[in-house]
Design a binder for this molecule. Structure first.
Ligand SMILES: [Cu+2]
Length: 236
C-alpha cells in the first residue's frame, strides 16, 4: 500500500497557511467517551458501535482502543501499511506513525516513546493506546476510575476528504462552522486544493493538507492540476 513520506516543507507551509484561521468559532469541539470492556462509545453525545471494546493493558496501565475509532472520531485519516505493519494517522498538521509491537512511534517525523506497543488481538483486531494517539493529535484525555471511562476532548471537529482516482471523495460535504477538513492524497500523482480565496501547497502522494472553515457559505473546490476535479463544501 501507500508509503508515507515525511515532508517538513509541506508541514511548515501548511502551518503558515492554515495555522492562523480565526478562532471566531472556537466552539467546535469533539467529546468522545469510552468505557472499558464496552463496545459502545459516544461521540458528541451520539452512540457509536465499536468493533471491539476498549481494554486495559494492566502491566502498562494503559487503555487500548480499536485503531480506526480514534482516528474517525477525531476526524483523522487512518492508513495501514501491511508491509511494515504501520498505522498512520493524518489529521490537521499532525502525522502519527505507530508500528505493531513497537514502543516507538513517530510524530511529525520525530521519535516518541510509548508505554505500551500497539498490537493485534486474537481476533485479528488492531488496538492502539488511546492516550498517546489522542494527546499527540492535540486532544485532552481524562480518566474516571469509578466508571472506567476515558473522555477525550478535542477543540475541533474534523472531517476527511480523499483525493483519490482524480476525484474528491466525497465531492459534496456539509459541515458546521469551525470544522477542520483534512484532504489526503491517495493517488500516485500530485494534487492541490484550490478554493476561491485559498490554495493549498502541492499535496504529494501520501501527504495531507488541512484547513478550518469558520464562515458559513458554499465553498467551491478544485485542483489546479486536474480540471475535472471539483467539489463543494457547504458550511452551515
Ligand atoms: Cu488533482
Amino acid at each position: 500500500m501507500l508509503r508515507f513520506r515525511l515532508l517538513f516543507p509541506f508541514l511548515v507551509a501548511s502551518l503558515l497557511l492554515a495555522g492562523h484561521t480565526p478562532a471566531a468559532h472556537a466552539s467546535a469541539a469533539t467529546i468522545v467517551s469510552l468505557t472499558l470492556n464496552r463496545r459502545q462509545a459516544t461521540v458528541n453525545g451520539e452512540t457509536v458501535a465499536l468493533d471491539t471494546a476498549p481494554v486495559l493493558d494492566e502491566a502498562a496501565s494503559r487503555t487500548f482502543v480499536p485503531v480506526r475509532f480514534i482516528g474517525e472520531s477525531l476526524g483523522a485519516y487512518i492508513g495501514w501499511d501491511s508491509e511494515t505493519e504501520a498505522v498512520t494517522y493524518l489529521g490537521g498538521d499532525t502525522r502519527i506513525i505507530l508500528r505493531i509491537g513497537r514502543k516507538t512511534a513517530e510524530v511529525n517525523g520525530q521519535e516518541a516513546a510509548l508505554d505500551a506497543a500497539p498490537y493485534i488481538d486474537e481476533n485479528g483486531r488492531t488496538l492502539v493506546p488511546v492516550r498517546f494517539v489522542s494527546e499527540q493529535m492535540g486532544a485532552a484525555v481524562s480518566w474516571d476510575g469509578s466508571t472506567s471511562t476515558v473522555t477525550l476532548t478535542a477543540p475541533w471537529v474534523g472531517r476527511v476528504i480523499l483525493l483519490q482516482d482524480y476525484q474528491f471523495s466525497p465531492d459534496t460535504r456539509t459541515v458546521a462552522p469551525g470544522t477542520r477538513i483534512t484532504w489526503v492524497n491517495l493517488d500516485d500523482e500530485e494534487h492541490d486544493v484550490l478554493g476561491s480565496d485559498f490554495e493549498s501547497p502541492v499535496i504529494a502522494p501520501g501527504e495531507a493538507y488541512s484547513r478550518t472553515f469558520s464562515t458559513a457559505g458554499i465553498v467551491h473546490i478544485g485542483c489546479s492540476f486536474h480540471d475535472g476535479m471539483t467539489a463543494t463544501i457547504t458550511v452551515q
